[in-house]
Design a protein around this ligand. Sequence first.
Ligand code: BGC
Length: 740
Amino acid sequence: MKRWICPLMALALWGCSAPEGLTEVSIGEPYAAKVDSVLRLMTLDEKIGQLNQYTGNFQATGPVVDDTTKIDQIKRGMVGSMLNIKGVANTRELQEYAMQSRLKIPLLFGLDVIHGMRTIYPIPLGEAASFDLDLMRRTAAGAAREAAAQGVHWTFAPMMDVSRDARWGRVMEGSGEDTWYGSLVAQARVKGFQGDDLADVETVMACAKHFAAYGACIAGKDYNAVDISDLTLHEVYLPPFKAAVDAGVASFMNSFNEINGIPSTGNRHIQRDLLKGAWGFNGLTVSDWGSIGEMIAHGFVPDLKGAAEAAILAGCDMDMESRAYVSNLKALVEEGKVPERYIDDAVRRVLLKKFQLGLFDDPFRYCDLEREARTVLCDSLRALSREAGRKSIVLLKNENNALPLAGFRGRIALIGSLAASKIDMRGFWANEGVIDEMVTVREGFERRFGARSVIYADGYDLETNELKLPEAMRAAAQADVVVVAVGERYFNSGEAKSRADINIPATHQQLVRELKRSGKRVIVLLMGGRPMIFNEMAPAADAILLTWWLGTEAGNAIADVVAGDYNPSGKLPMTFPAHVGQIPIYYNYKSTGRPESKDRGYSCCYQDIDFEPAYPFGYGLSYTTFEIGEPVLAKQTWKRGEDVEVTVRVKNTGRYAGRETVQLYVRDLVASVTRPVKELRGFRQVYLEPGEETEVRFTLGDAELGFHNAALEYVVEPGTFRVMVGPDSKRVKSAEFELL
Ligand code: BGC
């Protein structure tokens, strides 16, 4: 069989022609001469200082070593960057110290601006449910605007770790289980943060993290080892990072995990050969917090000096809080263990970013008190947060059109202390958001339905989850409909928040069942930062809205959807398992030789549970119904290089106007390495009035039809392909075509 190799993709191949050793940064004009002119003036100490990043003493996610000499080191040019410093006044103060250093090289201020700065947007996984790339670009741009107005130059986002294991707490920070979709989301977010030009004072540098395969941690335990085939690494985990490079991402952060025995931070192959070599990345790489020093605990190096040597040689430019570089690189150079050109290359990358941000022209250009006051939590960003909130909500169930409460005039029993918790609306990784500024569900409902129409009861204790049933039942008895908020707390998902059991609390599920006995319609608001299991509760709920953690405007966005002011359109970016024992579970699995079947007890099945998830990837209902037709191919046989055209008719067959995300999946039926049973390769959002019909068009080219073969070459192979279209990854209609 003939094989084709896509020439552009071939550049990205594992271990391909990257030269041995150092691939130096390639800096074009106007910056090359400027960067070199500064570099030439620098002493070795000053160069090493540029590679040193310290934290401010708050919002730390790891151990903070108390160091009273930081300011002194800034004045001596021994600090290149600070993280966890924000606000015009604070950043200005530190920048002034940097201006007292011999060469006056400005500091770079970095911060985890994960889903908003002061205005908080939905957690990234929730926002990914919108399937609205432009929205994700706009919220990233909004976050950048606010962060830059608060003196920040650099966000440690977006996280683009593909995550197939819902036990891993950090699934909340990414875009879910799909590599292809994750690549598009990564690009949208990078473009949002960075805009067209880093010189624009309303943008910040983005950071592709965590490089690499952090989401493949064994057993979903955070920071755990990753043991992975090259094929899976290239097919599943690396593409979003490559997409980020293509989108011009300014920086990379390496990951805490080891990959096949080599910690990422000391992994020369992924950082030098692949990222800076084959992918031609000209930005800077930063370690994760303390990850250089952590290579000692990994058992990869004996001490901090060995860690510094391994990291710099492997291509990690900046040391976040290990203090390994600042205390060891000079000796390593003097001993001849680290050639100075490695240091020079890292320093060039840092200086280039400082030039591109305009900091050499004006180190205080992000320090404008008036802009800060004007930008932070302004009306337009709040409106954006509300838009993002409503578009992220996923309708999981809606029996007998229990929702929406459009034109509803009765009384609502709003139950569940999560519905009145501001801090939970903010979600994890959102410390810059002020808790009091979050709109709770209770506030949103009282505003939308009128305070007298809402009877609130805790239902359970927020801290202990202990049931407060009598009061909840009383509220239900007085009302016409029950809305009950249940699920995870905000700190149950996030970094170091892995869980072996992703069932929501048993008392929450019991509460829903008890409330059903009131005879009233029971509408569940399910909150959380990951796929959750709630089998005991689900049958008792008439409707279930997955509301994640939606940020500043959470309560208003949820009220919009419950009232029918916005017709929910979100789709699950991760499979929701029916049982923890199914994990890892994802839609794009491989077929066994004895494919799944409900009637046979073959190897892919479990004896004790079904193999089906509770809700598949891509799933989400609407208040209306859509009919998606059969996929139609313009012709049966296509030549390689042609764009395969697929069309499908979509009709709104229900009573409300609404938005549907039509999804297209592909399978190469016979290939030199087996392909997943289906892979998302297109989606289109259509907004249709009741009765309205439209045609949706997809095109499939090399990027959609190819894969990495056993030699890790990106190839498109001829043969029969199946295309599948539908409203989710399960309910699909298919057609086949031949590729010559
Ligand atoms: C996290 C990173 C984060 C860094 C700085 C680490 O613990 O893994 O994602 O950017 O802390 O806060």
